[in-house]
Write a protein that binds this ligand. Structure first.
Ligand code: DQA
Length: 144
């Protein structure tokens, strides 16, 4: 059984209330329920964490490096700013997939740049909650 760590970055705990026209009506716990269900079908063991803190996300990636076989991360606003999260991913040498609910390339120009995508296997964005489920399918292909 493969172990997958899923990290939700800052402000994603407010999904369901936050900018619903962009991110939809589902709460993070509903989204997590769907992720858990698909992970079960794919026979993955998962841990899901949400953090608003860049340092906490960096620490988490380091702490879970031996446990996880792959990382799925929605770095949220840190996507566009965080060299520290980028370097954490490089340091642990675990295959990573970047996920976004919205299509960041259709939005403001400051969202078009990801500091994270270049150190991931790939990026999935624009499919709402399905982005996370597609990331699980991608992990399934990469690890098997
Ligand atoms: C996001 C896109 C980011 O630009 C934004 O800062 C978020 C959410 C997404 O999932 O679409 O917080 O990562």
């Amino acid at each position: 059984m493969k172990n997958i760590l899923i990290i939700h970055g800052p402000n994603l705990g407010l999904l369901g209330e936050r900018e619903k026209e962009i991110y939809g009506e589902m709460t993070l716990s509903q989204i997590n329920g769907m992720i858990e269900e698909r992970a079960r079908e794919l026979n993955f063991k998962i841990k899901i964490k949400q953090s608003n803190s860049e340092g906490e996300i960096v620490s988490l990636i380091g702490e879970e490096r031996k446990w996880m076989d792959a990382l799925i991360i929605n770095p949220a606003a840190y996507t566009h700013t965080s060299l520290a999260i980028r370097e954490a991913i490089v340091s642990v040498k675990v295959p990573a997939i970047e996920v976004h609910l919205s299509n960041i390339y259709k939005r403001e120009e400051f969202r078009h740049k990801s500091l994270i995508a270049g150190v991931c296997i790939g990026q999935i964005c624009g499919f709402g909650v399905e982005s996370y489920l597609l990331a699980l399918e991608a992990v399934n292909k990469v690890l098997r």
